[in-house]
Design a protein around this ligand. Structure first.
Ligand code: ZN
Length: 198
């Protein structure tokens, strides 16, 4: 026996989320069925609003509801340093640390030949443009310590260094393969303090 169409549709939607298989999707769909209608409606609205009200900052590529984002518009920040991260969650982690006062650039991923993601698929052209337009003295590459993160760091450093800009890499007190997103503030602080030139 097949599920009635509306629940089958919801199960199918849940399977589109990362890490959700068909069993978990069915469990979630039946949970939604038991939720009060008000809660379901708020949940559905949150899903729609996250797409409708958020955009990418035209300067740094961070997810934002204002363009430029609040970090790029903050006059008190040090505009001579740009810290390059893979995604917005890494910006959040760095900001929680409350020690870094420079700007960011969000790549929206890492180079991955396996997944067919080359430089054109990432927010790299805009980074190069910023380096030409703004007075940047140092670029800190803070991609994760994974094989793809390291390859992306090497690629960027080769691209940026000829312009005479200092390129540094976070000293990963973080173990290999670990994500910046999950690092605690002290580890991030040490990683940024101990950054080495590439
Ligand atoms: Zn921005």
């Amino acid at each position: 026996m097949d599920y009635p169409a509306p629940i089958a549709k919801l199960i199918n939607s849940f399977t589109k989320l990362p890490g959700i298989g068909s069993k978990t999707a069915a469990r979630l769909a039946f949970h939604v069925l038991e939720m009060p209608e008000m809660e379901v409606s708020q949940f559905a609205q949150a899903l729609i609003q996250v797409k409708r009200d958020l955009t990418y900052c035209s300067i740094c590529g961070n997810i934002t509801d204002t363009d430029p984002c609040i970090i790029c518009s903050d006059q008190s920040r040090d505009t001579s340093i740009i810290l390059v991260v893979e995604d917005t969650r890494d910006v959040m982690s760095m900001e929680r640390m409350q020690e870094y006062r420079g700007l960011y650039h969000v790549l929206q991923g890492v180079l991955s030949p396996m997944e067919g993601r080359g430089p054109e698929e990432l927010n790299i052209a805009q980074l190069i443009k910023r380096l030409q337009d703004e007075e940047v003295k140092e670029v800190i590459i803070a991609t994760n310590a994974t094989a793809e993160g390291e390859a992306t760091a090497v690629y960027l450093s080769r691209l940026i260094k000829p312009a005479g800009i200092k390129v540094t890499r976070l000293a990963h007190g973080l173990s290999v393969g670990s994500d910046i997103e999950y690092a605690d503030e002290m580890t991030l602080f040490r990683a940024i303090e101990g950054r080495r030139e590439l």
